[in-house]
Design a protein around this ligand. Structure first.
Ligand code: F6P
Length: 584
């Protein structure tokens, strides 16, 4: 048994992380691996202080003045990777700001931690795991070792099985128990086992096969599965039970309901024809009665919210074909290569991350809006809510101390133009600073009349309006032009002044094809990773969701058995008593 290693080394420490066997610590009988982690006190870093001073100097210079002073501002503040363009000119920054932000990235070890991640180091320190979703989309044979084991052959083997299964379903070789061709696939999963695949399947609808419908059931609310099954034929329906752990209550409850539905219609022997599993838990999958031939595995180094590239992506492959799934992976890999090789100053995910740190750290921003002007991306904000907030919703540093700086913001969004008629008012004139990401394709898959030009004119106008605002002088001139004057004009005037100087990024791309979508998702994944590095937190655990699960486990029997005594707080006790009364 090794004694505990005192946990701190000077930053950046990732390059010096010890190999797994040496670093495992068994003191206090804990088997959780402890790794040397950097001690971080962001506000005391000279780079942080330089940014704080710099933020003050920029206070009196709104973005519209920066644009007026520099016709080359777009040239200076945009990046392009293939057909994906990031315009970050409409931010409160100068070249000096960027230089100082990049200094902060270097000081906090962004490059070293990125390299540690892609090398398979166990950077998820609280769970003692590597974080290797990048390996899932790396087409090369270059080994990546976890505990000395090259993961690449395992990835290739599962991918080959996924491709074969996809082809068998598409070609009608994998049929239902009665021999009928499958017409519907229902993915049963939640969180990372749902949000990524459903977002991608929605986004790639133009690529969908017409002969196979893919549905998603996530909520344990029976409404979800009941309404989904209502339109389906058991003989032609395949269920994918997607759960990394295969223990998630919602997923298993839905899976058992689906199983009962199949058994009732087709008999017990039909289960192996109508169920496949996407999981790391082979024993639980077998216990459920799923044919090992229809179980597709992955590994603990694939985080749930980073798992759509693994077997969890099977509903995507079934919906749009394996070639398109591969194109998605290839797009993500292209972005990975950019992330790993581009200088920090020209690195898209690094710059997106730094801008986020700039606004949370030095401008009090506590929210971030993602606004896709593409109806196909209507689930992107929901997907990113989990990716970002479950990753960076943390308040303890890697070395276990409370942070004294803001970490991940509240992320929300809606497709444009719907959001414009909903919450944009607050972004334009409210008291919160909410940086926005606008996403827009130059081409629509549905080139109907003027629709797309109108859509694009709106996304450009919103970003421009947020940046420019409307000064009092401009507002006054507008009101005068409308014929107002005197008290009527003066009373309306303050309401139609827009402060402006509200930051946004615009991600413009040619069209939402699978490759571009893969790039966009990987871009956000790496943004989240970089921010976690700078904030000194672990993006790859989610202990905060555990407590509620445990308490629900205690409450469930109390709802099912009214004679059980209640020992919660007064509010919870009263609510349980009311539910019992309403259900009696
Ligand atoms: O909500 C917690 C969580 O563990 C997520 O991180 C995960 O994506 C989700 O539950 C589903 O987990 P599983 O894939 O194991 O069913």
């Amino acid at each position: 048994m090794r004694p505990c290693v005192p946990g701190y080394t000077p930053r950046p420490a990732w390059a010096k992380v010890r190999p797994r066997k040496q670093a495992r610590c068994f003191c206090l009988h804990l088997s959780i691996a402890r790794w040397r982690v950097p001690m971080l006190d962001l506000p005391s870093l000279p780079q942080w202080q330089a940014l704080a001073a710099h933020a003050k100097t920029l206070e009196g210079t709104p973005m519209r003045d920066l644009f007026a002073a520099d016709p080359q501002r777009f040239e200076r503040f945009h990046l392009r990777l293939e057909d994906l363009v990031l315009d970050y000119a409409k931010n409160r920054l100068t070249e000096e700001t960027r230089r100082l932000l990049v200094d902060l990235a270097r000081a906090t070890g962004v490059e070293a931690r990125r390299d540690a991640m892609v090398a398979g180091e166990p950077i998820n320190t609280t769970e003692g795991r590597a974080v290797l979703h990048v390996a899932l989309r790396d087409p090369t044979d270059t080994p990546i070792r976890v505990d000395g084991h090259d993961v690449k052959p395992d990835i290739r083997a599962v991918k080959a099985r996924l491709a074969a299964f996809t082809a068998a379903v598409h070609e009608g070789r994998w049929t239902g128990a009665t021999g009928q061709r499958l017409t519907d696939v229902v993915n049963i999963g939640i969180g990372g086992s749902d949000l990524g695949p459903v977002m991608v399947v929605e986004a790639l609808k133009p690529y969908a096969r017409p002969d196979l419908r893919v549905h998603f059931v996530s909520n344990v609310d029976a409404t979800h599965i009941a309404t989904t099954l209502a339109g389906l034929n058991p003989a032609t329906t395949l269920f994918l039970v997607a759960s990394k752990t295969f223990t998630t209550q919602e997923t298993l409850t839905n899976a058992h309901t689906a199983r009962a539905w199949i058994v009732e219609a087709l008999g017990e022997a039909a289960v192996r024809h109508h169920f496949a599993a996407l999981s790391t838990n082979a024993a639980a999958v077998a216990a459920f009665g799923i044919d090992p031939e229809a179980m597709f595995g992955f590994w603990d180094w694939v985080g749930g919210r980073y798992s759509l590239w693994s077997a969890i992506g099977l509903p995507i492959a079934l919906a749009v074909g394996f070639d398109n799934f591969q194109a998605l992976l290839d797009g993500a890999h292209a972005l990975d290569q950019h992330f790993c090789t581009a200088p920090l100053e020209e690195n898209m995910p690094v710059l997106l991350a730094l801008l986020g740190v700039w606004y949370t750290g030095f401008h009090g921003a506590r929210a971030h809006a993602v606004l896709p002007y593409d109806q196909s991306l209507h689930r992107l904000p929901a997907y990113l809510q989990q990716a970002d907030m479950e990753s960076n919703g943390k308040s303890v540093t890697l070395d276990g101390r409370p942070v004294t700086w803001a970490t991940g913001p509240v992320l929300f969004g809606e497709p444009g133009t719907n959001g414009q008629h909903s919450f944009y008012q607050l972004i334009h004139q409210g008291t919160h600073l909410i940086p926005c990401d606008f996403l827009a394709p130059a081409h629509s898959f549905h080139p109907l009349g003027r629709h797309h030009a109108i859509l694009l004119s709106n996304v450009l106008a919103q970003a421009e309006a947020l940046m420019r605002g409307r000064t009092e002088a401009e507002a006054r001139a507008e009101l005068e032009a409308r014929g107002l004057s005197g008290a009527a004009l003066e009373s309306l005037l303050p309401h139609i002044v827009f402060p402006g100087n509200r930051p946004s990024n615009t991600l413009l791309f040619r069209q939402l094809d699978p490759r571009t979508l893969g790039m966009i998702i990987a871009l956000y994944e790496h943004k989240i990773h970089v921010q976690a590095t700078i904030w000194g937190i672990n993006a790859y655990d989610q202990w905060g969701v555990e407590l509620g699960k445990r308490l629900a486990g205690a409450i469930l029997p109390e709802l099912e058995d009214s004679s059980r005594p209640l020992a919660h707080d007064a509010s919870t006790n009263a609510l349980i008593a009311l539910i019992r009364a309403f259900r009696a």
